[in-house]
Design a protein around this ligand. Sequence first.
Ligand SMILES: [Zn+2]
Length: 344
Amino acid sequence: MRHTWICVIGLLLLVSPSLLCTAGAGQQAGGDPDKVDGDIRRLIGNVDPEQISKHVFYLAKDPLPYRKLNFTLPGHEKNTLYEADDYLAGKLAAWGYRVEREGVQVQAFRRDTSKPKHAQYSPPKPEDPWYTAYNLCVEKKGRSCPGRILVVLAHKDSQSWIDSPGANDNAIGTAGVLEMARVLAAYPTESTIRFLLCNEEHTPWTSRTAAQNAKSRGDDIVAVFNLDGIGAKGTEQAASGKKTNVTAYTKPEGRRLAELMAEVNARYSIGLEQRAAERPGPGDDDGSFILAGFPAAVINIGSWPYADPNYHAEGDIPETCDIQNAAMTVQATLAAVLTLDRGV
Ligand SMILES: [Zn+2]
């Protein structure tokens, strides 16, 4: 009798979908490596720099000069961050996604002009106004492993303490996430792909709430890719025409994702000058996930340390974005996500 039960438990373990999914979804889902490879080549070929450019100019120039809760265009009812939310949610809905909004209470930063330009944010006072900032979240449910989640995220707000369009920081990453969602809209994945647009230029960061709520629900998040400042680099590097990406990780689980970025960049001849860097500790929106207990989280960024000369300044305008570089980073991120999805 005892032996029978051991066998039954053994059989149950063998067919348990969650156990099958952890090893690599695609192998069990019948992922023919050649077909998967072909799918990845086709999908990354669909990444369109024109689309990315359109989003960046819309979000950081015309009609929206900024994306912040404490700035409303004259004659408009909604603040510019809410207007950006409407634009982003409208695009996602048009591609068939159901948009969820997660509200978080935040304040704008105050400005301290005695500090260096890139770091003039300073804490608000308790009496400063509070606003509800929204995380926008959509998902593609996985076909065979819906409980296994891959997250792609970007912060969508611009700097609350200064009138900067925040084109490289981070309309460009927002546009990158949007483009990945468009390209994948009709493609069946084995794992669930979650696209998250959050806020990091108001306080507290709303990615903290998204990550903590994911942990409370018991979400099985196996990878987090944060797109922030993709393609943004120093003046000299930009003039050299180099297309760069740095994947910065905090934990060994993140280092594996950085290695994967290098592998797919080579395998699919994307052409990025791709490197890995170790963060001294959790930071940015990938850090929110690490702090919540999801160690496989990285940031994809154009330079490390971040070398954009217009960082957090009024000159961070769409014309300075390297759209082609950003599109290549989106291709590499997409290839990494699909490789993890199919376990090839
Ligand atoms: Zn910033």
